[in-house]
Design a protein around this ligand. Structure first.
Ligand code: M6R
Length: 613
């Protein structure tokens, strides 16, 4: 969603800010803006659309001298919430005097009442945004100390924020603060960079400070002074970033999505490495704690997540029940806290999130902690809010995922869930022999995935036959049901083909009415207990004229024979097979979208991490 960059230091701020915004483009946005301090005034450039438009606009608005001399500024990419993605609604927003500029991620929930109060005092607003209200509020509170003004304003705000503020009256500092929306501060040599995401910082420094909720910092070129909103100093450690700048570049691929699909053998190897115990037939996941006895006392697993992470949780549900004989449930994170879930200390709540910033998943974590559950996270982004909020968890080690469409995060999530289920299972009824067999299969996942990636060209040829349909159905049973849901999500989000995933048995309860001659049905029918029944459902679709693409197990001629087209994936344990199966669907969706000329990495209306409810 929205992205923030701020810079104060020794080089020209505009280049650092525009470079930082480009690195945040993957998050999804629809307008952008930048504010620089030019002597004793604030100057702003904004543009709707891409950062490239902003860059062009800034170069035509500002003289080359200003570009060279301004060494402090803030910038933003906006994903519209309050008001359309127009130039006037883009950030930075100014206060009533024009001397204070603000960029903001999050939502000011009480902005209407604040705006009415300020309007009654004579303030005039130019935009429809909640952010401009906060900018005016800071201006209203400013009695000569910007830090205090921001504290006073934030005390009046209900909602979430990650902000950066500059003032022409205090040109040596940026004030930044967070509540519910991340802020990372990069500590360089004579320069400091603020961002909502470490990707914008990594090219400048590896040393970062993550702000906690309700932290506010006075940032200068040489120092970071962090307090709470009541002006009490707090200490935050400097952490080392693990990523390097190259990880956030395309590396010769046409799209980040394709690069990330191809990275999966490596990212899976990283997710699995050192985590299997091939003596005990179990797994070693430090983040789950070291006590088998503590784990044995758990009576239920509840997984929460959204989107792709929710689909991974659904595969995990089969794994926990099958391998660990433990009740396992999945809840959409947005629904979780509002339905007042019944939870206790024997419930094991796993929050699953690639970004670690999804607002609904974060809220679910807070609710589960409140109710005394044993909460941990399964997150990719190190140091993210959900990882820090849970305090206990397992990182995916998938590396940065830039494409909005999640690929490697899903396969790593499923792999780690399988290892977690294996560990729980070994503390229950799962035998050493069974454990060893599964552990070896998990170890082979990177090579299974590589075998599917090697079929890329053949999958592209099949994809070319499915370009012209506006609707598609994905079906599966058992653990292949969430794979079907994930396949449909991939296709719809990047190709804009309306695709729905269904349990194969559910078709007859309504959706089959939509089948016509040539309607694509993608059936995930790999070998496993439910395969024959899925093939039966495929026959029902064929009888109504559907065109069937099957994801089948290599050598399964019975399945091949009922499909119009098929992609075969290596034989594996039915839970493990979810991973190569989904990779086949990722590649299929990628090529459909590519051949339809879609943008792929930044689909319309979508954001990489959804930080609002
Ligand atoms: O970062 P998260 O895993 O919490 O994100 C959840 C969803 O927004 C995300 O999985 C989304 O559905 C994918 N980008 C779809 O490919």
């Amino acid at each position: 969603m929205c992205g923030i960059v701020g810079y104060i230091g020794k080089v020209n701020a505009a280049s650092v800010l525009i470079g930082g915004l480009k690195r945040l483009e993957y998050r999804g946005y629809d307008s952008a803006g930048i504010a620089l301090l030019d002597g004793d005034r604030v100057t702003v450039s904004k543009a709707s659309g891409k950062v490239a438009n902003l860059s062009e606009r800034a170069h035509s608005n500002w003289s080359p001298e200003l570009f060279q001399k301004a060494t402090i500024g803030i910038a933003h990419t906006r994903w519209a919430t309050h008001g359309p993605p127009t130039e006037v609604n883009a950030h930075p927003h100014l206060d009533g005097s024009g001397g204070i500029a603000l960029v903001h991620n999050g939502i000011i929930e009480n902005y209407r009442s604040l705006r009415a109060r300020l309007e009654a005092k004579g303030d005039v607003f130019l935009s429809e945004t909640d952010t401009e209200v906060l900018a005016h509020l800071i201006g209203d509170c400013d009695k000569g100390d910007l830090f205090q003004a921001v504290c006073d304003a934030l005390h009046q705000v209900v909602g979430t924020f990650g902000i950066a503020v500059i003032s022409s009256r205090e040109p040596d500092r940026i004030i930044t603060a967070r509540r519910g929306s991340p802020i990372v501060i990069g500590v360089g040599d004579g320069e400091t960079i603020i961002a909502s995401d470490a990707s914008a910082i990594v090219a400048h420094t590896q040393r970062v400070i993550y702000l906690d909720d309700n932290d506010i910092a006075i940032v200068t070129a040489d120092a970071v002074d962090i307090r709470d909103l009541d002006n009490v100093p707090v200490t935050r450690e400097i952490a080392e970033l693990e990523q390097d700048a190259a990880a956030t570049e395309k590396g010769g691929f046409d799209h980040f999505m394709l690069k990330e699909i191809h990275e999966q053998p490596d990212s899976l190897a990283n997710a699995i490495r050192g985590r299997l115990d091939l003596q005990l037939g179990s797994s070693v996941l430090a983040g789950m704690g070291s006590s088998q006895r503590e784990l044995a006392e758990l009576s239920r697993v509840v997984m929460v997540g959204c989107g792709t992470s929710l689909h991974a949780a659904m595969v995990g549900q089969y794994a926990f029940e099958d391998l660990a004989d433990i009740h396992a449930g999945v809840q959409q994170a947005a629904e979780f806290r509002y339905r007042n879930p019944i939870l206790g200390s024997r419930d094991f709540v796993i929050a699953i999130s690639q970004s670690g910033e999804t607002a609904d998943t974060l809220a679910a974590v807070k609710e589960a902690k409140q109710k005394g559950a044993f909460v941990m996270s399964l997150v990719n982004v190190v140091g993210s809010t959900i990882a820090r909020e849970t305090g206990r968890g397992v990182y995916l080690h998938a590396g940065p995922e830039i494409s909005v469409a999640s690929t490697k995060a899903f396969t790593c999530q499923v792999s780690v869930l399988l290892m977690m289920a294996l560990r729980l299972g070994r503390g229950r009824r799962y035998s050493r022999d069974e454990g060893l067999k599964l552990a070896r299969e998990i170890q082979s996942i990177p090579s299974l995935v590589q075998q599917v990636i090697d079929k890329g060209e053949m999958i592209a040829e099949i994809a070319a036959k499915y370009l012209d349909n506006e609707h598609a159905f994905f079906i599966g049973r058992g653990p292949m049901y969430p794979v079907a849901l994930e396949g449909a999500l991939k296709l719809k989000e990047i190709s804009y083909i309306h695709a729905e995933g269904y349990h194969a048995a559910e078709l007859k309860h309504g959706p089959i009415a939509l089948l016509q001659e040539g309607t694509p049905v993608i059936a995930v029918a790999c070998e496993g207990p439910a395969k024959d029944k899925t093939l039966g459902n495929v026959e029902e679709c064929r009888a109504r004229g559907a065109r069937i693409l099957g994801i089948v197990t290599e050598g399964d001629h019975e399945a091949e024979d009922v499909m119009d087209d098929f992609i075969s994936v290596p034989r594996a344990h039915p839970l493990v097979a979810t991973i190569p199966a989904v990779v086949a669907l990722q590649i299929f969706s990628y090529h459909v979208a590519r051949l339809r000329g879609c943008e792929i990495d930044q689909p319309r209306n979508l954001a990489k991490s959804v930080t609002v409810e």
